[in-house]
Design a protein around this ligand. Structure first.
Ligand SMILES: Nc1ncnc2c1ncn2[C@@H]1O[C@H](COP(=O)(O)OP(=O)(O)OP(=O)(O)O)[C@@H](O)[C@H]1O
Length: 291
């Protein structure tokens, strides 16, 4: 082979690699992203959606847990999801976070990131944080150390061994401590916190990674009334800066925080609107009372 041909081949290989990388990290090669500036690492919300599910279905042993589910969430929105037991709320979150693969449908983060092409860990890195029902903080570490650890998880094993928070990290830590009402408890062992405080600490750990979308599964279950009220304040303060999807059974909590409520039933959206609207919907009443 002549040097010219070899050079030409190398150019083609390099151009192809660049194209593949661009398609994977920016627009997924879809026409929707064409012509708009795409900032690597930024979620493209130009179409007014941070999360978009269309016609999503998944079956377990022939049982349709999610059945042609379509739903979207606007940037900065705080969306509440309600529905009777077994409606598919957890399965929907499993699909969004890459834990469960749907049999069918479309799931997009912004208008350009096809979440079905990514693994669970990659989706978390992209800025989708998930809080499970039970708090999972490190009980033997202090509040501060738990938050510091959340910063390190982003940085890989070697970097995290020598990690020292810089001033931007320290500012962020202080801000998160204030947001989660634990500024007075920095040096307390997480194991000595109340149930509600542990939940806030775990939310704080997610906030350290500055997630664009937070999925929260029954965040006030087991909390006292005072803790529930403080959690409502916390969520209202996060709205706008982050998008939130909150699954909850506690209707008085939902009443305090909600604008738009989505009711899931048998794996699909049964109704959507304000809490008053959905509570007045005959189909919703039947589903809740008919159990
Ligand atoms: N891995 C699985 N294998 C078999 N069935 C499953 C699996 N995951 C969920 N299901 C079934 O799918 C349906 C939806 O479950 P899911 O946990 O998503 O409901 P949910 O709305 O979160 O309920 P809850 O309010 O009780 O948490 C249920 O009937 C459940 O038994």
């Amino acid at each position: 082979m002549t040097p010219d041909l070899m050079e030409e081949g190398a150019r083609r290989v390099s151009a192809y690699a660049q194209l593949a990388t661009r398609n994977r990290t920016e627009s997924g090669g879809r026409a929707a992203g064409f012509g708009r500036p795409v900032v690597p690492g930024e979620v493209d919300t130009a179409h007014g959606r941070i999360l978009y599910l269309e016609d999503v279905s998944v079956s377990f042993d022939g049982f349709k847990a999610i059945n042609k589910l379509s739903l979207d969430i606007a940037p900065g929105e705080l969306r509440c999801i309600i529905g009777p037991n077994g409606a598919g709320k957890t399965t929907m979150m499993d699909i969004i976070t890459g834990k469960t693969r749907p049999d069918h449908g479309t799931v997009f983060f912004g208008s350009t990131i096809d979440l079905l092409r990514y693994k669970e860990a990659e989706i978390a890195q992209m800025g989708i944080g998930r809080k499970f029902q039970k708090p999972t903080v490190f009980e033997q570490l202090t509040v501060y150390e738990n938050l510091e650890l959340a910063l390190k998880t982003d940085k890989g094993v070697k970097a995290s061994m020598f990690f020292r928070p810089d001033s931007a990290d320290s500012d962020r830590l202080a801000e998160v401590l204030r947001t989660i009402h634990l500024a007075d408890s920095v040096n307390r062992l997480a194991g000595t916190l109340s149930h509600g405080q542990k939940q806030w600490l775990e939310i704080g750990m997610l906030l350290m990674q500055d997630p664009k979308l937070l999925l929260l599964d029954e965040p006030v279950a087991g909390m006292t009334d005072e803790e529930t009220a403080r959690t409502a304040e916390l969520f209202l303060s996060l709205k706008g800066q982050h998008s939130l999807m909150v699954v909850e059974h506690d209707m008085s909590f939902i009443r305090t925080i909600s604008e738009k409520v989505t009711v899931l039933h048998e794996g699909a959206v049964l109704a959507e609107g304000t809490l008053e609207q959905v509570q007045g919907d005959e189909r919703v009443i039947e589903v809740y009372l008919g159990r």
